[in-house]
Design a protein around this ligand. Structure first.
Ligand SMILES: [Zn+2]
Length: 202
């Protein structure tokens, strides 16, 4: 291997590991970066590092934030009696884009994946149950994706929440089975939320 090539190959390799970036795109991005001014590349590198260092999980809803608690949890104008449970912080963004939801969120950071050994205790379920100790919460909307793992997780949560005096609903299936909330337009997500129904595990 030519030693001069090492940094180039390392960058291509790192970029190609990003989601949605294949080997070809990684090469294109690498050459693009090499042609930029050093200052410009430094800005990008520092934005990545700063975000990584300063953005943490909100201690209440487990979404990503640079303040404690996050701007949604600490907003007194929001409806603090409703919690919408989603898989990822990206889903919070998707819900917020609809402009139709004014409650709080809870981010699980994944779903139960039985085949890959991802179990409920690896998700932020304990944190959700902790929040439900407060009488303030009247409704939990299960907004995991309508996929096999999303449905498994919703069922598990419905069963876990059964003994708790709280209304449990599931977003409507305006999003087809196998779909990902993150990629649907605001109207579809808002409709799924509007048409949510009572949800039980039996
Ligand atoms: Zn929060």
């Amino acid at each position: 291997m030519n030693l001069d090539q090492k940094p180039l190959e390392a960058l291509i390799h790192e970029l190609s590991r990003l989601p949605g970036v294949g080997e070809k795109s990684a090469q294109r991005l690498t050459y693009y970066l090499l042609e930029r001014e050093e200052e410009e590349v430094e800005k990008l590198a520092s934005a990545i590092l700063t975000a990584k260092r300063e953005i943490k999980e909100c201690p209440v809803c487990c979404s990503y934030t640079d303040q404690t608690p996050c701007s949604i949890c600490s907003n007194s104008h929001r409806d603090h009696s409703t919690i919408c449970v989603v898989e990822s912080p990206r889903d919070v963004l998707a819900m917020e884009r609809t402009g139709k939801y004014n409650g709080l969120y809870h981010v699980l950071h994944g779903t139960i994946i039985p085949d890959r050994g991802v179990l409920p205790n690896q998700l932020r379920i304990k944190e959700l149950l902790e929040r439900l100790k407060s009488d303030e919460i009247k409704e939990v909307i299960l907004a995991t994706n309508p996929t096999k793992n999303g449905d498994t997780t919703a069922l598990y949560l419905a069963k876990t929440l059964e003994p708790i005096d709280v209304r449990v609903t599931r977003i409507a299936q305006g999003i087809p089975f196998g779909g990902d909330i993150e990629y649907y337009d605001e109207i579809t997500v808002a409709t799924a939320l509007d048409h949510r129904t009572e949800f039980r595990s039996y």
